[in-house]
Design a protein around this ligand. Sequence first.
Ligand SMILES: *Cc1c(COP(=O)(O)O)cnc(C)c1O
Ligand SMILES: [Zn+2]
Length: 501
Amino acid sequence: MMLDLFPENIKPHIIPKVQGKLYYKCLGCSAEYSIEKLLYVCPECNQVLLIHDRNTQALKQIPGPVWQKIFDFRKMLKIPALKGIYRYHEFIGSCIPLESIIYLGEGHTPVVEANKSLKEKVGLSFFYKNDGQNPSASFKDRGMASAISSIKYLMDKNLVSDVIAVCASTGDTSAAAALYASYLGPLIKSAVLLPHKKVTSQQLSQPLGSGAQVFEIPGVFDDCMKIVEHLSTRYSVVLLNSKNAWRILGQESYSYEIAQDFEWNMKDKAVIVPIGNAGNISAIMNGFIKFYEANIIDCLPKIIGVQSEHADPVFQYYLEPDEAKRKFVPVDTKPSVAQAAMIGNPVSMPRVVEITKKYNALALCQHVFFVQVTEQSIMDWQLAANKNGHIACTQGGECLAGLVKALNKNLINNKETAILDATAHAIKFSEFQDLYFKSEIPEAYKIDPDPGNINLPSLIWPDDPNIIPTQKKRLKGKNFQKFVKDISDKIAKRLQLKESE
Ligand SMILES: *Cc1c(COP(=O)(O)O)cnc(C)c1O
Ligand SMILES: [Zn+2]
């Protein structure tokens, strides 16, 4: 749509101005730092950081309903920089000029309602938001678009050059990091560290295809993370893990989109999120808080964080009801089909603690909950979802298992509507489905395949060994007719087809 055609009260705002005064703030000692330097933890106390904006008060001068219109009208623009997470520029990275924004098609993922039979099976109305439909097939692209745009911004200002970006990953961060870095070609090189044999082959192929240097390390994700932290404190590298506060900022777009998807009405809504390194749940809560404080939404949705019993440090922390007595203890993870969330010592734990407290205070009641689910329920619910038209990964299955758990514990009731994060595409984690269907899931996962869920291909072979087509030897004439009839009859029998009249 042409700029001239927008309503008069929207026109001045439709193209965002570069105006934010962003800064890093330490979660430990509250020290503030310029964003013009690469920084991941507080130099004083070593705590993680969050990005704040000194311009927040000015944003509140625009009434909430006007903001809603601005974002609705921005949907019509054809400017690439504003097509993804930066539709919400003023709330995402308002200091970044449109020329520095990297857009690879991330964000604005579909929200798909569960069909009647799945709703009945679960017991309430819910939607999946398919973040697997992002370019590298997981939500990590949201944070990566933000982190890489911030680097491009610093490069364009001649504040950094010759960037080597590194990350540790359970598979999806590295796919996103390698993809976004490859778009900036020779300006930025990327290296990713993966726990050996703890990512799927699809996830391993992604950074290789994007041309990143891939290092496989023995151990689990938590070990890789420590190595990357060591590298980032001693060498000049850009850290692309969610320790990087720009990642959190970009992932806040998930909440902004949910608000817009549901016409800005968050009443009786609950957002269900799987927790690994806890960056995503921090970002999602923070996003809703920002829109609430700017009067763009008038209530906060419930948040339900889900962890597998094989990797549940956040759940364990919140088991203690007395806030003063809570003490964070990292756990040793056990094998989990929700492998992307298989983390025992989440980097964003301090963020979760601080933001959860603020969220509950703003909601005026407990509004953030944590539930724990079994590996068995993760697989069974993932398969159930995907048999009903969804494309949920194992972590998406974990969300649905978590929703069922929350219902059983009365943390949510059937008058509410849940929005579940399908954090990656099912095909990234198809190896676990294969193992389940072949009844080959290793003992340590503690999963017994339900025979009713198993689905395997059937090989249909002709009776006559002399009429089998191969690529080299094609069948002709009578033989071919016989082959077609023989196989068709066998399939018709299996499907119990009725003859047409
Ligand atoms: C990274 C990831 C998670 C966990 O998110 P955190 O921000 O680490 O808590 C969950 N699901 C998928 C598919 C992921 O890639
Ligand atoms: Zn500090």
